[in-house]
Design a binder for this molecule. Structure first.
Ligand code: URA
Length: 228
């Protein structure tokens, strides 16, 4: 008998593996396509790559003067921020506003946002995945505001944007260069304690005061007028 031909082995045409970072690529593309802050906010409203959006009441985008020389970046919205859709409007925000007034800054002269655009349930710390999902938007946010001075309010912002492993105790009070993708010059960046930490550990306010004076001196060096 004639042996039957070996079955033809069809190459399997599996669909290409979806890279684990697909969402982050979507985030990068969406963020990069925003040419203005309004477009960036609209892009975040369309973005579904951060599950916190499902549990939060509001997107907390930013506040203050989008043409300011100095931009502050906190960690994540809390309850009051989530309710009002504005960053740093709860107890911590009130302390931060009071501290910044000491060096002549208010929301007409600074801009402020967070690493996360939605509130983590129960104010828990952000996960790495949540930070990674929001980071392309935050980087574009910084590019679009174009500050000359960046202040990381707390360890979450400092490590997300500087990519360094040290805790805030080691990072605060030192100048860093933040390499902004859209600009040839790095942005001078300083980390300081988060006001929620200062509320729990008022003894650290001395160090925070030193950081404020560094910000004030840097603004003078940059030729920014302020009204202390
Ligand atoms: N803490 C933050 O880091 N951001 C806010 O907006 C409020 C509290």
């Amino acid at each position: 008998a004639v042996p039957s031909p070996a079955p033809l082995v069809q190459p399997r045409l599996d669909p290409p593996l979806r890279p684990a970072t697909a969402t982050h690529e979507d985030a990068r593309e969406l963020a990069a396509s925003a040419a203005t802050l309004d477009e960036l906010r609209a892009a975040l409203e369309r973005f579904d790559g951060c599950p916190l959006k499902q549990t939060a009441m509001n997107l907390v985008f930013g506040d203050g003067n989008p043409r300011a020389t100095v931009m502050f970046v906190g960690e994540a919205p809390g309850e009051e921020e989530d309710r009002r859709g504005l960053p740093f409007v709860g107890v911590s925000g009130k302390l931060l506003d009071r501290m910044l007034r000491w060096i002549g800054l208010d929301r007409t002269s600074f801009y402020i946002t967070n690493v996360l655009y939605w509130r983590p349930p129960g104010n828990r710390s952000p996960t790495q995945a949540e930070v990674a999902a929001c980071l392309p938007f935050l980087k574009r946010h910084i590019e679009l505001v174009g500050p000359r001075l960046l202040v990381f309010v707390g360890g979450a912002a400092a490590s997300a944007l500087l990519g360094r492993a040290e805790g805030i105790g080691k990072l605060r009070g030192r100048w860093f260069n933040y390499e902004c993708p859209g600009s040839t010059e790095p942005i001078r960046a300083l980390a300081t304690y988060h006001p929620a930490y200062l509320l729990r550990s008022p003894g650290q306010k001395r160090e925070a005061w030193r950081d404020l004076l560094l910000i004030k001196d840097k603004l003078v060096e940059l030729g920014v007028r302020h009204n202390p």
